[in-house]
Structure formats: structure tokens, C-alpha cells
Design a protein around this ligand. Structure first.
Ligand SMILES: C[S@@+](CC[C@H](N)C(=O)[O-])C[C@H]1O[C@@H](n2cnc3c(N)ncnc32)[C@H](O)[C@@H]1O
Length: 268
């Protein structure tokens, strides 16, 4: 019998030679990023000040924020990214603007020495932080806000991808993902932010993942690996077929949800 293995090759930002990463394949077939960018641009436009001092924590190559910036705002941005490969891209993507700074550190390292405060702190899809550490992380992020200031926290919602992940991860790796395991979503962060002084708003982005046609099996596999973090080749043929059947029965469409939490601290 095959031994199911957590995937080592599907990390979002690790590129195999000449190929797209599973995250990049997924991005081709989902409109989640476009919707997120539009929403973030609206949120930033609504901030009263014409100049914004922004901290982007775990920004990757920086393009999510850069593509979301409203044209009418002047921005001074600190981009924070600890991983080497995305950091190199970040430096290229930001080099044209003297008001933008790139720091190659973890948030923990940065937080220890930082004395600056920001109008906006952006923390989007930071899945490297354990859920048990959210309370401390969120309080640290809030402490970096000016008064007034806004924290924007973005995290997956509860959707058909949640169902897909839960069903197959608990089936394939029950020791790691027991029956009561649930994929991450914005609810814990919402609970913590709502218990803090200030105002927390939740915006839900709805998007759609349309899997490629069955002839493009390699791309389907890349998307499945992206969500399951399990090597396709380590999955038994019966379960592989079950996964493909799950996708086919839904006519290759899974609805996605993302939560944007906007925590506003008001000036005195
Ligand atoms: C899933 S990506 C999200 C990228 C971007 N924020 C977005 O929403 O598109 C998470 C990023 O956080 C970075 N990261 C991992 N550990 C971190 C840490 N301790 N502090 C700051 N960033 C971290 C990773 O290198 C990665 O680029």
C-alpha cells in the first residue's frame, strides 16, 4: 500500500525549473486575486488622508499591494518579506519608487526593533503563523497603528474549498488532520479583533475556481496539490479517482470565499 506523503514541492513560492508553481496554476483558474485587488483598492481609497504610510507584512513579491494602490494617494510603504526568492522579485518590483523600502526580515525580527507607526498595516494570507499565535500577532500588528490607523487582515473564508480540503485531508492523513480538524478561516481573527477597542468590519469576497478541462490533468493535479499539500503520486488510484470525481460532479467549479477584516482605531 502507498504511504500518503505531505507535499514538499508545492510550496507556493517555490518554482520548479520552467514550470509554474501550483499557486500560479491555481491563480490562472481562479478570479480570487482580481476580486481581492479591487476590494483592497476601494478600502485604501476610502481612507481620508491623501498620503498613506503603509506596512505590508509578508508581502511576497509586493504585487498584491502595488496593484491595489489607488492612483490618487501618495504612499510611503515598508514591504516586509523574509524569504529570499520573493524578496528578490520584490526589490525589482519596487525599485522605481524612492518612498518604498524593502526589508528582508520576519515580522518577529522587525517588530523587536521597529519604532515607526503606520496609517495602514496590511497582513494578507499569512498562513505561516500558527493559529494559536493569532492573539499575540494581532495585538502586535495593532500596536503598530497610528491613532487613527487601520489594520487590514485577509484570510480564507468558509467555502467549497473548505469542504474539499476537509474531506480529503482528513481521509488521507488522519493522524495530522483528525475528524474535528477545520481548515483555516478568518473567524478566529474576527473574534480577537472584535474584542479589541475600535471598530471591526468584515467584507466577504466571493470568487470562483474553474478547474481546467480533463485533458489538462497535470494542471488539475497542481491545483489539488496546492489545496491538499499532499503528493499526488502518493495517493492511491482509488482516492485519486474519487478526487477527480468530486471535481467532475461539481462541473469543475468550486465557489470560494475570502474574508477581509478591517480594524479601525479612531483618533482621540
Ligand atoms: C501566502 S504568502 C502571502 C503573500 C501576500 N501577502 C498575499 O496576500 O498575496 C505569505 C508570505 O509570508 C511570508 N512569511 C513567512 N513567514 C513570515 C514571518 N515570520 N514574517 C513575515 N512574513 C512571513 C512568506 O515568505 C510569504 O511570502
Amino acid at each position: 500500500m502507498k504511504k500518503v506523503q505531505a507535499s514538499v514541492s508545492n510550496h507556493q513560492y517555490r518554482k520548479e525549473k520552467g514550470n509554474l508553481t501550483p499557486f500560479e496554476v491555481y491563480s490562472r483558474y481562479s478570479n480570487a486575486l482580481d476580486i481581492s485587488i479591487k476590494q483592497l483598492r476601494n478600502i485604501l481609497s476610502e481612507v481620508e488622508s491623501n498620503s498613506l504610510k503603509i506596512l505590508d507584512v509578508g508581502c511576497s513579491d509586493g504585487l498584491f499591494l502595488i496593484n491595489s494602490l489607488p492612483k490618487e494617494k501618495d504612499t510611503e510603504i515598508t514591504f516586509l518579506e523574509p524569504s529570499t526568492d520573493p524578496f528578490e522579485k520584490l526589490v525589482k518590483n519596487t525599485g522605481h519608487n524612492k518612498e518604498w523600502e524593502c526589508i528582508n526580515q520576519t515580522f518577529e525580527e522587525f517588530y523587536r526593533n521597529n519604532k515607526e507607526k503606520y496609517d495602514i498595516v496590511l497582513a494578507s494570507h499569512l498562513y505561516h503563523f500558527p493559529r494559536e499565535g493569532y492573539q499575540e500577532l494581532l495585538l502586535q500588528l495593532i500596536s503598530l497603528l497610528k491613532d487613527p490607523g487601520t489594520l487590514i487582515w485577509i484570510e480564507r473564508g468558509i467555502d467549497e474549498i473548505t469542504d474539499f480540503k476537509k474531506r480529503f485531508k482528513t481521509m488521507l492523513l488522519p493522524s495530522k488532520y483528525p475528524e474535528n480538524w477545520t481548515p483555516r478561516n478568518y473567524k478566529r481573527a474576527l473574534e480577537i479583533l472584535r474584542s479589541e477597542e475600535g471598530n471591526t468590519e468584515l467584507i466577504l469576497n466571493n470568487s470562483v475556481l474553474r478547474f481546467p478541462c480533463t485533458q489538462k490533468l497535470n494542471e488539475i493535479i497542481a491545483i489539488v496539490e496546492f489545496f491538499l499539500n499532499i503528493e499526488w503520486s502518493s495517493i492511491s488510484e482509488t482516492t485519486q479517482n474519487e478526487i477527480l470525481e468530486y471535481i467532475t460532479v461539481r462541473e469543475r467549479v468550486l465557489n470560494e470565499e475570502e474574508g477581509i477584516l478591517i480594524y479601525r482605531r479612531y483618533g482621540n
